[in-house]
Design a protein around this ligand. Structure first.
Ligand SMILES: [Zn+2]
Length: 453
């Protein structure tokens, strides 16, 4: 157990943390215990919190006044899970159309200040949302939980390659004038690079910085691992890899294991809700952060999925009182798992599958999960990077970055192979580009459908 930073001169141990860190550690004390609670106990307290949230939403958020009418008759008691299921699902379209009506007109002052952000339009429909100081505290506490679960070396130097954070947030994360990455404990240095840099530039930077820990997007990490191997670039101090913001495929885990002999630790999060699920300390699956969010995985009839079944992710944020997200369909799919053998009773997501807009639309109008394997296509030519864009129900464009010119023969084989993988249902256009850029929020999509369904 690391010792927190003490704020009192002359007192090192036991530490007396400053008020902000005391809040985080007070939450940590509870989170340490709630993770072992029975599922019934966790759900009981979720429902107490949900009842408080819905009462607030009903009284102060115009959008929810009508929407929660269905629960009128139960307002004199605590809600249960089936009450929650009666609330209509909140879509991104709802938020786009009525975001002003979704803001509380009477936010308790303890939740202030609020801040407004947007999620990137490149991952679907852009929305504007508000979050609060209290949400920020939960975010930091759950992040700290992830560090503790995975027994992070707090003195490690972390290299983060991502979209630059806002200046406001950077300035808060400092100890004795240096940038740091962990809250409440003496933290090693944080060095940051814009994910807009090329992989070659990133590797040169990593070689120079020689961090113990890299934090970046999964697809970026995969490219780094492959290039590091190819060019024989070493990062001798490297001992930990963390990812966020995209789906981590088995291939990415496998390549990083092979190149660096390190297992990835992933986080499932989104900008508008924060941390949703953290990777189990003992497994590759994820534990839902039930103290902060209710996660429902629903089938096409809006019924809860059983373990092993894949469904839509629907989220209820328990603590955003500025702009409540109640049964919010984020656009991801996930597979529920059984309770974990590690003993934590926080529900398990076995895997997270990406976004609904990433389904391929067949000429028949049916939707399918794109099941082709891009790395198989890439083997057929000098392909460094590949991206598939569905331009219409008939046309698929395959964009590629090449390491050298492709021969006519290679191109013919590639084209034939892609058409066959797509069951010869599409007109396939091959396009060679200098670079495939990330979206504005730093996420990289290997399949984009422009077809509106
Ligand atoms: Zn576990």
């Amino acid at each position: 157990m690391p010792i927190p930073i003490s704020a009192i001169k002359g007192v090192i141990w036991p530490a007396l943390p400053n008020p902000n860190n005391s809040l985080l550690l007070a939450l940590q004390y509870q989170l340490e215990q709630t993770q072992w609670w029975s599922p019934e106990e966790i759900q009981k307290w979720q429902m107490f919190q949900l009842t408080a949230l819905l009462a607030h939403a009903d009284h102060t958020v115009p959008f929810y006044r009508q929407r929660l009418g269905v629960l009128l008759e139960v307002r004199d008691r605590f809600l249960n899970y089936s009450d929650l299921q009666q609330i209509p699902i909140l879509t991104r379209q709802d938020i786009q159309q009525q975001s002003k009506e979704m803001i509380s007109t009477a936010l308790p002052k303890e939740h202030l200040p609020t801040s407004e952000s947007q999620t990137s339009g490149s991952t679907g429909r852009p929305i504007t949302f508000q979050t609060t100081k209290i949400k920020g505290i939960f975010y930091r506490a759950l992040n700290l939980r992830s560090h503790l679960w995975h027994q992070r070396n707090f003195s490690a130097k972390v290299a983060a390659i991502r979209v630059p954070r806002s200046k406001l947030r950077q300035s808060k994360q400092k100890q004795e004038g240096k940038k740091i990455w962990a809250d409440a404990f003496p933290s090693g240095a944080l060095v940051e690079l814009d994910s807009g840099k090329t992989i070659a530039e990133q590797l040169a930077w990593l070689e120079k910085e020689n961090p113990e820990h890299i934090l970046t997007y999964p697809s970026n990490l995969l490219a780094l691992a492959k290039q590091a191997k190819k060019k024989g670039i070493k990062i001798p101090n490297l001992q930990a890899l963390s990812t966020f913001g995209e789906v981590v495929t088995p291939e990415i885990r496998q390549v990083c294991q092979a190149v660096w002999n390190i297992s990835i630790v992933d986080i499932y999060s989104c900008q508008e809700i924060g941390l949703i699920a953290l990777q189990c300390p003992k497994h590759e699956h994820y534990h839902i952060q039930s103290e902060s969010v209710i996660v429902e995985i629903l089938d096409e009839n809006d019924q809860p999925c059983a373990p092993g079944q894949i469904g839509r992710v629907v989220l209820t944020d328990l603590h955003n009182y500025a702009m409540p997200f109640i049964r919010y369909e984020i656009g991801d799919y996930a597979e529920m798992g059984e309770y974990c053998s590690c003993g934590r009773k926080l529900p398990v997501l076995r895997r997270i599958l990406g976004r609904s807009r990433n389904l391929l639309v067949l000429p028949s109008g049916d939707l399918i999960w794109p099941s082709y394997i891009l790395s198989n296509w890439a083997k057929l030519g000098p392909i460094l990077q590949i991206q598939v864009i569905q331009r219409s129900v008939e046309v698929i464009e395959v964009r590629m970055v090449l390491s050298r010119a492709i021969t006519e023969n290679e191109e013919a084989i590639l084209h034939q192979h892609i058409c066959a993988d797509l069951k010869n249902q599409f007109q396939v256009k091959l396009l060679y580009v200098d670079e495939i850029l990330r979206a504005a929020n730093g996420k990289y999509e290997d399949f984009i459908s422009e077809v509106v369904v």
